[in-house]
Design a protein around this ligand. Structure first.
Ligand code: SIN
Length: 192
């Protein structure tokens, strides 16, 4: 698979004249909504966990020094807190470009805080895409993130903004908060 999944995503869902669809955001889409939306609600995706296992060559790193950004990994019994946006299909023109580095749109059942459910689209990068980096220790992940910068800014900020946004919605995420702690520890070491 190429890095650029834009064409693959365009061929995946044609929306069939639907006026609006739900989109689930679990990473930068939580705190950087640079698109119009009709509604925004806290939601969960059951059976998945956030992981910094996807390489970023285009936003938070470069082809020579990729950063690490989030994807979702199947995790029975887990639940991933995020934000659901109700958007018009036209929004996917820009979103497919933003999420082009290995992410494919999937349809998954979203659960809102009041227990109601709806199918939504979610961008997931799996182990078969060319930008995939996969698991590593918290320290190795944080070291790579601390060193990476790309056109969208420092990779570190991607983590810190997300951790703040999760706290603001009272969401737990052991993996994200562990990487955040490790980034602060590394910054403390370099400041000495
Ligand atoms: C998402 O936020 O839902 C996808 C991953 C990202 O753009 O950080």
């Amino acid at each position: 698979m190429t890095h650029d999944t834009t064409a693959l995503n365009r061929a995946r869902h044609r929306f069939d004249g639907a006026p609006a669809v739900w989109l689930f955001g679990y990473g930068s889409l939580i705190w950087k909504a640079d698109f119009d939306y009709l509604d925004r609600r806290h939601a969960h995706l059951h059976g998945w966990s956030r992981r910094f296992w996807q390489g970023s060559h285009d936003h938070r790193g470069t082809p020579e020094a990729p950063g690490r950004v989030l994807t979702l990994a199947r995790d029975p019994g887990a639940s991933c807190a995020g934000v659901a946006y109700l958007v018009t299909p036209a929004v996917f023109d820009a979103l497919d470009h933003r999420e082009k580095n290995g992410y494919l749109r999937h349809v998954e059942p979203l659960v809102f805080d009041d227990g109601s459910r709806v199918d939504g689209l979610v961008y997931i990068a799996d182990g078969h895409n060319a930008a995939w980096l996969g698991p590593a220790s918290d320290t190795a992940i944080a070291r790579q993130i601390a060193a990476a910068h790309g056109p969208s800014g420092a990779n570190r900020d991607y983590v810190l903004h997300l951790a703040d946004a999760l706290r603001a919605q009272h969401a737990e995420d052991a993996h994200v908060f562990a990487i955040e702690r490790e980034l602060h520890r590394l910054a403390g070491l370099t400041a000495r």
